[in-house]
Ligand binder design. Sequence first.
Ligand code: NG1
Ligand code: ZN
Length: 531
Amino acid sequence: MAQFQEVIKQSSLHPKPAGLVLQYGTAGFRTNANQLDHIMFRMGLLATLRSKSTKATIGVMVTASHNPEEDNGVKLIDPMGEMVTPAWEVYATQLANAEQDDLLTALKDIIEKEAINMNQEANVFVGKDTRCSSASLSQAVLDGVSSLAGHSKDYGLVTTPQLHYMVCCQNTGGKYGEATVEGYYNKLCQAFIQLTKNASNCTDDQKHVHVDGANGIGALKVREMEGHLKKKLQISLFNDGCQGKLNHQCGADFVKVQQKPPTGVKINPGERWCSFDGDADRIVYYYTDSEGQFHLLDGDKIATLISTFLKELLTQAGLDLKIAVVQTAYANGSSTHYLEDTMKVIVRCTKTGVKHLHHAAQEFDIGVYFEANGHGTVLFSKAAEEKIQLLVKNPNTDDERKRAALMLQNTINVINQTVGDAISDMLLIEAILAIKGMTVQQWDAIYSDLPNRQLKVKVSDRRVIDTTDAERRAVSPAGLQEAIDSLVKKYRQARSFVRPSGTEDVVRVYSEAETQESADALAHEVSLVVY
Ligand code: NG1
Ligand code: ZN
């Protein structure tokens, strides 16, 4: 009992409002920041238990990503830098919702179920985004860790993917890199410089990207990183947090959902722009053409560009590795057709949430996964990395194959394989465009998106909607799917589905069709059926 005395004492300083019930959703807990103090303390406790149980360092990131400034949230990071395993999401929900007097029972329940040795040391890495509430909430996490006598390292302001990276580096004994922000910049930037060394097709003009930092942590970190790029990439930074509000009228989610540029920036025709989200784990690209028309290059276009590049390198290197692209139901139908029919790569569709995509991507030699909203990365199996390394080292490898293998190696190093990372993805995309001497318009022209629309519908209880087939069909309430099917039939090349959001109290409606008018009308009609 003595070991829990500090928990009892500290938890009374982080009390749970009676009756409040929250769920570990698509990406952790997320709601208005003033409801989260007890959650943070308890996630500090849980991370400490997870660390004892895995005998490894665990991460806790305080952020609500693309949500408004008033919200906050928390995500747990497992030893290899991946999202916490689903069984522990269940524990997270149980611990979060135990009433104040039941907290110790809930804690002991987990200790017993997982047979945790409480004498085992625990290490927890903590990070936070730039929200006003993040400082006190991350302190609550640290209090949770210390009340179970765990060790913690507070990384302070970092992007979500940076914290994932630190956790992975720490648990692989430095093999993945050095567990410092400086180490992260060095690894990624050196790989970028090596990768673009021979990009002879690229003019200086093309080595210029405009970044919308969503007034968040990504902007801060791009500033920090810039010097490491040794002027090999020119970055013009907007929405750097000095004036605007986090995610307000800017950022990846705004640009993707609204299908327009951030408010208040002037985009000249042909300039290459990208937007990060509030914790810099998402990125989308865009430009306007000479008629002032806006063009979005989302996660699907990014996945296509990256997989085309990798496939070409594999051919040049003479390596027979299985490459697949993992998407969700939100992937534009045109991208799926292009990948399957023209590029002939394997395409998998999973439920929304990167943990599902990440898992599916692990089944291939090279798994490229992206959500349409720009959250994604590339995974290389250990065997694939070894084959590439062997080719680089083999003195008998001919020049062309060696060059391709070296580029693959540098590509691996520029990528943050632990989770989608706006900074790392940006460097990879910039490198590919430079190497191919490709403009953003040429990239966009690889295939044409089907017009689409996303809507949010407020309902009294979004959980009455249950889905199947990677969320593409609703199984409840009765009659909903049939109603959607009959609406879809009215339009050409149409598709639509609904699902309850895991991060907001809304039902999301998605539609695509041959024309924007049809996609808009279909989304509207489907939202009336949901309501
Ligand atoms: P929900 O709210 O469950 O749709 C959103 C995104 C996800 C994922 C999470 C976490 C869409 C349609 N959904 O989830 O892809 O990124 O947030 O940030 O973009
Ligand atoms: Zn995010």
